[in-house]
Design a protein around this ligand. Structure first.
Ligand code: NAD
Length: 482
């Protein structure tokens, strides 16, 4: 593909530290999951680079915090304009390094870019308060200040949006940031670094450090007294490790962790609408989304109808390399991820689940797996408890509202949940009873730049986006006055 070769030839591949591209002694390869071939090599950051980036962040912190919020906002706004101007490059790059179909990559450019515009608008609306003590004995002044230098660690599944959802509120709040992108997808973030430089971001405010050895880079940063906060998106297992590390210096933390989203279809649901919603909730990003519907709990009275309709839609999807026209399902990120999906399908079928469509790897190059529907999934199947992160819909039945709620809540996760019902009272009752940070009612997609994104239970701590997102990067200070 000539377009891809031209883009790759002009991309920054060095570390981005203190406003400069930095080459390193060692590099590591970035692969195209549609072919298994190397796309390019990028610089490989070590602990020494981490210390340099943190030093740059600490040095820039006071100046950035003192920069008028209007100026910070205008830089963010300019960065949004530049991302939009380069939307074709960002989209192609994400398809190349992550695998999602080009149309979905364009969707992520819009969604991921939007955090830059949203937090440009939020930057100038950080408020405090001034009140009197009820005792009459004094005045209370409350103000917000930036937390300080922050480390962001991001996953591969949304290479742009998982970065901008952290970078934009941090910069808006007046914090500096060091970003460690996922090793699978560092190119998008390095291009974003260039965009920020073009937008006029002062050196040191943002550094970007790809690495093949995450812990070796970030472990020493947790004990460095210049670091004030860690914001992480990724698996619950890694999140727990980072929480333990953060405890040693009582760092502020934001954790967006794993999910196991239930998709609950009640007897009174509009089944056509539920199937549309299921396709979006399951198949966006090939199922590699923390909000992806992981298990479908369907009232037994409508289960056969729902299963047949969903299977038909899944069977019709076109699989292939994401840059090709008409492709709806790209490859999974790696062979390891495909093995995990295959293993969870095998476990379910061994225990009695029925495959109504798909169920196999696609032969040939790349890490493709067929869109799959598993019917009659038994309660002890691992796929009902573990995040599959792939294009597999596991369907199981229940009888009545209380059983549906109980099934949905039977997990240690609590990120997103989806319900389909035409009864407004039931929708509100169930939405309130679900143990999750986000509930989609008759909708298969919940993410919105203006809404608080985040989970409860083992799905995380804190919220991103919305008016809440900037709070994660602000400290509250109380000044007592006579
Ligand atoms: P992961 O936890 O393996 O990796 C995430 C990031 O952490 C990567 O950058 C990785 O290099 C880094 N990392 C891993 N071990 C580390 C360590 N010891 N120290 C420092 N950094 C370390 O997750 P993944 O496979 O990249 O992403 C998939 C997971 O992310 C899924 O569980 C998914 O649900 C979750 N996710 C959550 C959200 C959310 O907002 N809640 C969004 C997207 C993905």
């Amino acid at each position: 593909m000539r377009e891809a070769a031209e883009l790759l030839a002009t991309l920054p591949t060095g570390l981005w530290i203190g406003g400069h591209q930095t080459a390193t002694e060692h590099t590591f390869p970035v692969y195209n999951p549609a072919t298994g071939q190397v796309l390019t090599e990028v610089a490989d950051a070590t602990a020494g680079h981490g210390a340099r980036a943190l030093a740059a962040a600490a040095e820039a912190q006071a100046g950035w915090a003192a920069t008028p919020s209007r100026t910070r906002a205008e830089i963010l706004r300019r960065a949004w304009e530049l991302v939009m101007a380069r939307r074709d490059d960002f989209a192609l790059l994400m398809t190349l390094e992550m695998g999602k179909p080009l149309a979905e990559s364009h969707g992520e450019v819009t969604y991921g870019g939007e955090f830059l515009r949203w937090f440009a608008e939020e930057a100038v609306r950080v408020h405090g308060r001034y009140t009197h003590s009820p005792s009459g004995g004094g005045r209370i002044l409350v103000t917000k200040q930036p937390v300080g230098p922050t480390l962001a660690i991001t996953p591969w599944n949304f290479p742009l949006a998982m970065g901008t959802r952290k970078i934009a509120p941090a910069l808006a709040a007046g914090c500096t940031m060091v970003v460690k992108p996922a090793a699978e997808t560092p190119l998008t973030m390095l291009l974003l670094g260039q965009v920020f430089a073009d937008a006029g971001l002062p050196p040191g405010v943002l550094s970007i450090l790809p690495t093949s050895r995450a812990a070796a880079l970030t472990d020493p940063m947790f004990t460095d007294e210049r670091l004030r906060k860690v914001t992480f998106t990724g698996s619950t297992a890694v999140g727990k490790t980072l929480l333990a590390q953060s405890a040693s210096r009582v760092l502020r933390v934001s954790m967006e962790l794993g999910g196991n989203a239930p998709f609950v279809v009640f007897a009174d649901a509009d089944i056509d609408a539920a199937v549309d919603g299921a396709m979006a909730a399951k198949m966006r990003n090939m199922g590699e989304a923390c909000t992806a519907a992981n298990r479908f709990h369907v009232d037994n009275s409508v289960r056969a109808e729902f299963t047949a309709a969903l299977s038909e839609r899944m069977r019709a999807l076109q699989i292939g390399p994401g840059h090709l026209d008409g492709v709806q399902v790209g490859p999974l990120i790696s062979e390891r991820q495909r093995d995990t999906v295959a293993e969870l399908v095998r476990d379910a079928t061994d225990k009695g689940a029925r495959v109504t469509t798909g169920g196999s790897r696609v032969a040939g190059d790349g890490y493709f797996y067929e869109p799959t529907v598993l019917a009659d999934v038994p309660a002890d199947a691992r796929i009902l408890r573990e995040e599959v992160f792939g294009p597999v819909a596991a369907i199981t039945g229940f009888d009545g509202e209380a059983a549906g709620i109980a099934a949905a809540n039977a997990t240690e996760y609590g990120l997103a949940a989806y319900i389909y019902t035409t009864d407004l009272d039931r929708a509100l009752r169930v939405a309130e009873a679900l143990e999750s940070g986000m509930v989609g009612v008759n909708r298969g997609i919940v993410s919105d730049v203006a809404a608080p994104f985040g989970g409860v239970k083992e799905s995380g701590l804190g919220r991103e986006a919305g008016t809440e997102g900037i709070e994660e990067y602000l400290e509250t200070k109380y000044i007592a006055l006579p």
